[in-house]
Design a protein around this ligand. Structure first.
Ligand code: ADP
Ligand code: MG
Length: 958
């Protein structure tokens, strides 16, 4: 590359390549026709659609390979970039026309991979084949533009990046993450990462990708170690959003807004291209959208640009295809001025300055001429075409470029224009600042959103915690309450027990006191009793004495009664004594009566017993009679049996004698037989006789035999009878014996009973006697009493008369005193008895209480322990609750603090904007150093991957 080239820059029109994809399945199914024709099969630059012919740098037919596409559209750019030129490739076309297929393809597939992977591989391959003294720094950025917001795909937190201009007025995405890479694989990794980030952020990827522009930027910095020459090439690889009209998708509402916005950026692109295509336009509306700003250099600036126009060949898409092709045609007319981005030395700058100065003077002259002409025009003159000033296109375009690219020159421009330019400058700056601010704000918003989410999460978790704590608290309070109640109950029980205990002890005390007092009283009583008894004794003695005297007197009185009857009144003393004795006698009489009644009842009892015994005796007698009768019967039976036995033995004897006689007969007959046999022997001749004899003998024998058998049977029968009788006899004797024993027993009993009866009768008699005696006695006593009564009456009468007669003061009151004393003693004794009873009761009570006391104490102790345990539990529960509360408080404080901080941060935005985050200052990247790639290293060994974020403002001048 010659120095002249560098100075002047190559004017180069944008390269436009049109690619037609094959009909896709749905189009084929819908019966869409392939409406594109390629008129010249040899010349690959023309395409005809609906009779309209379009001419491009190249036409890529549906069947071309990805490699061919790359070779046609992109391969040259690699060299340019490596030589320090800027390059841009972007794909334009409606959705599903093949843009992504063209740009990316299938990464990793050697056949289907698109332009981007191929370019990356190619760049590295070129570097590997270059001179050794060259050093390369390659960095990549990846972002998308959606709704005119730049979203960093390598850092999801950067959602709205701003576009700034560097010192050379070249726009760049400020703050975009830049990754240093040293091998294609690393680049692919970065791309993968960016794509996955893009997927994460959206719900419908297809829709999203059709509405957003994705921009992949590769920056290659090259340094010649020997000559220190530095070159920088920037390559934009852009997959644009679908270019279709909104109406077609039928979008509405926010989707419509979105589509409009997308279309806005695309229409801005169209406008820029139209403006660039129109030579007369001096203002290019790059600033209308972020997309056009980013692509500013690529469109009519310092860049080699290739546009791949992607089209569907289907009849259904004809209109879109045509408008796409129109866009391409317009773009084709845009001319870029391409220069190498080289860092210039001061001399170089000076030289260029001189040159530019020359140009400026030339232009000034031209301007003057024009002003003159203008003056004439304004004055109403008409200027002939010969006189009209012709504009030097080269100079003007250069000046345009200068105004865009170069540092402010010293060229003097007319006041107005300069003012305008300054104004514009100021406004742009303002705009940039605003952009910056917006970016900053949106980032802040994003951060805040994140924070909000975090906070919300925190709050919800805290709420959950809080709820948990609340429930725990309620549980604890419940428990607490329960425990309290229990404690209360226990305390109540305790109190009750204590009260009980107190009562009991009181009672015990009282009782013991009472006891004491009672025992004291008892002692007192005892003493009084003693005294009373002694008194009693004395009284008794005196009474005895008196009794004796009374008796004596009574005897004498009784003796004398008859004779003394009339002379009673003679002795006053005797009369007095008789009156005293009367009560005593009466008492004794009552005692005697009591005895008598007792005796009577006893006698009655005895009489009853007597009668029962008599009845028993009579029954026994009856029984005895019965037994005797039975016995007699038995005796009779026995005698009968004995008689029978006797007759039987007689008959037996008869039988025996019969038998004996029969045997004798047999013997005699046998003898006869023998004799006859002898006779027969003697006279054997006489057969007849013999026969007769024999016959006779046989008859006899038979008779005899018969008789014998009958006799034998008889004997047997008799024998049996005898046996039976014997048995019966035995039985009878046994029963007789029994009956006899019974009889004996009964006899003994009877004897006994009779004895008893005799005794009782004697007793009875005695009793009867006693009763009669008693009756007599009673009668006598009654008589005597009667007489006594009479006597008393007489006495009393006499006494009364006497009393009436005599003076009243002579009588003593002995008997009355003794009665009172007796009553007193009686009373005291009763009292004593009661007291002793009470004392015993008290002692028993005391013992009971003493028994109960340890039990109560034990219970008390258990209760105390329970109370203690409950108290400790309560304390623990309280402590737990306090802890929980503290924890909760802390948590709440923490949240409050966080919220406060957040609010502060919101308020303090202005402060944060004061030190905006600049790219390169970004702390997020862990790259320690820039990977350095040198040419001529083959095979290339990627150095240990060490990446570092670098400020993107490190641009080189042109
Ligand atoms: P866009 O990015 O423009 O919306 P895509 O690149 O996603 O379109 O293409 C849509 C579909 O068509 C994809 O499945 C892709 O593989 C296919 N496609 C596009 N161009 C071609 C081609 N030239 N040859 C074969 N298939 C293609
Ligand atoms: Mg796509």
């Amino acid at each position: 590359m010659s120095g002249e080239d560098v100075e002047k820059g190559n004017e180069d029109s944008i390269k436009v390549v049109a690619r037609f994809r094959p009909l896709n399945d749905s189009e084929e199914r819908a019966g869409s026709k392939f409406i594109v024709t390629f008129p010249h099969s040899k010349d690959d630059s023309q395409v005809s659609i609906g009779g309209k012919v379009y001419q491009f740098d190249s036409i890529l037919k549906p069947n071309v390979t990805q490699e061919k596409v790359y070779n046609t559209a992109a391969r040259d750019i690699v060299k340019d970039v490596l030589n320090g030129y800027n390059g841009t490739i972007f794909a334009y076309g409606q959705t599903s026309s093949g843009k992504t297929h063209t740009m990316e393809g299938v990464i990793g597939d050697p056949n289907l991979q698109g332009i981007i992977p191929r370019i990356i591989s190619d760049i590295f391959n070129h570097i590997y084949n270059m001179e050794e003294n060259l050093e390369f720094h390659i960095k990549v950025s990846y972002f998308e533009i959606y709704m005119d917001k730049i979203r960093d795909l390598l850092d999801v937190s950067k959602v709205n990046l701003a576009v700034h201009e560097d010192k050379n007025r070249v726009p760049f995405v400020k703050g975009a993450t830049e990754r240093f890479v040293s091998s294609p694989e690393e680049v692919f990794e970065v791309i993968e990462m960016g794509k996955s980030n893009r997927h994460v952020a959206v719900t419908n990827m297809n829709e999203h990708s059709s509405r957003s522009h994705s921009v992949f930027l590769i920056q290659v910095k090259q340094e010649n170690i020997e000559s220190q020459k530095k070159l920088l090439g920037k390559l934009y690889l852009v997959d644009l959003a679908g270019s279709e009209k909104v109406s077609k998708t039928g979008a509405e509402g926010s989707v419509l807004d979105e589509a409009k916005n997308i279309n806005k950026s695309l229409s801005a692109l169209g406008n820029v291209i139209s403006a660039l295509a129109d030579n007369t336009k001096t203002h290019i509306p790059y600033r209308d959208s972020k997309l056009t700003r980013i692509l500013q250099e690529s469109l009519g600036g310092n860049a080699r640009t290739t546009i791949v126009i992607c089209c569907s060949p289907a009849s259904f898409n004809e209109a879109e295809t045509k408008s796409t092709l129109d866009f391409g045609r317009r773009a084709k007319t845009v001319k870029n001025v391409v220069t190498v981005n080289e860092e210039l030395t001061a001399e170089e700058w000076k030289r260029r300055y001189e040159k530019e100065k020359e140009k400026v003077t030339k232009l000034k002259a031209q301007l003057e001429k024009m002003e003159l002409e203008l003056g004439r025009w304004r004055a109403g003159e008409s200027v002939s075409s010969d006189e009209q000033v012709t504009i030097d296109m080269e100079a003007s375009s250069t000046s345009q470029q200068l105004s865009q690219i170069l540092v402010p020159t010293t060229v003097a421009v007319d006041g107005d224009a300069a003012e305008w330019a300054r104004e514009r400058e100021r406004l742009y700056q303002n705009l940039d600042e605003k952009d910056d601010e917006i970016n900053h704000q949106s980032q802040l918003v994003e951060k805040l959103k994140e924070q909000m989410l975090e906070q919300e999460e925190l709050i919800s978790s805290t709420r959950r915690d809080y709820e948990l704590l609340q429930s725990e608290m309620t549980r604890l309070t419940d428990e607490n309450e329960k425990a309290k109640e229990e404690v209360k109950e226990v305390l109540q029980a305790l109190e009750e027990l204590a009260v009980n205990y107190d009562q009991k002890t009181e009672e015990v005390e009282r009782k013991s006191k009472e006891n004491e007092s009672l025992s004291e009283e008892i002692v007192q009583k005892q003493t009084s009793l003693n005294s009373a008894t002694s008194e009693l004794q004395t009284v008794k003695d005196s009474q005895l004495h008196q009794k004796k005297r009374i008796n004596e007197m009574l005897v004498s009185l009784l003796k004398d009664l008859n004779e003394v009857g009339t002379i009673i009144g003679t002795s006053n003393d005797a009369m007095k004594n008789l009156g005293d004795v009367e009560g005593k006698v009466e008492e004794e009489f009552t005692v005697a009566r009591l005895y008598i009644s007792k005796m009577r009842s006893e006698v009655k009892n005895l009489a009853q017993r007597c009668s029962t015994l008599e009845t028993a005796q009579s029954t026994f007698r009856g029984q005895i009679d019965e037994r005797e009768k039975e016995l007699n019967e038995c005796k009779l039976l026995i005698t009968q049996h004995e008689a029978k036995m006797k007759s039987l033995s007689q008959s037996m004897k008869d039988g025996e004698s019969k038998k004996r006689s029969l045997e004798e007969q047999v013997d005699s007959l046998n003898e006869e037989v023998a004799r006859l046999k002898a006779v027969s022997k003697v006279s054997e001749q006489d057969g007849h006789i013999k026969e007769v004899l024999e016959k006779q003998i046989d008859e006899h024998r038979e008779q005899h035999q018969k008789q014998l058998t009958t006799l034998r049977d008889e004997i047997l029968e008799k024998q049996q009878q005898i046996d039976n009788l014997k048995d019966e006899n035995q039985k009878l004797t046994v029963t007789e014996e029994q009956v006899k024993a019974e009889y004996e027993k009964l006899k003994a009993e009877v004897v006994e009973k009779t004895e008893k009866l005799n005794e009782l009768t004697t007793i009875h008699e005695r009793k009867e006697q006693a009763r009669q005696d008693l009756k007599g006695l009673e009668e006598t006593v009654a008589k005597e009493l009667q007489t006594l009564h009479n006597l008393r009456k007489l006495f009393v009468q006499d006494l009364q008369t006497r009393v009436k007669k005599s003076a009243s003061g002579e009588e003593t009151d002995e008997s009355g005193g003794s009665l009172a004393q007796k009553q007193k003693i009686q009373f005291l004794e009763n009292n004593l008895d009661q007291l002793t009873k009470v004392h015993k009761q008290l002692v028993r009570d005391n013992a009971d209480l003493r028994c109960e006391l340890p039990k109560l104490e034990k219970r008390l102790r258990a209760t105390m322990e329970r109370v203690k345990a409950l108290e400790t539990a309560l304390k623990e529960a309280k402590e737990g609750a306090m802890k929980d509360r503290k924890r909760y408080q802390q948590e709440v404080d923490r949240i409050k603090e966080a919220v406060r901080q957040k609010n502060l941060a919101r308020r303090g935005n202005a402060a944060q904007i004061a030190k905006p985050i600049r790219a390169g200052h970004a702390p997020q990247v862990n790259h320690a150093s820039t990977p350095v790639i040198r040419g001529g290293m083959q095979p290339y060994q990627p150095p240990a991957v060490q990446k570092r974020a670098m400020t993107s403002s490190a641009h080189m001048g042109r």
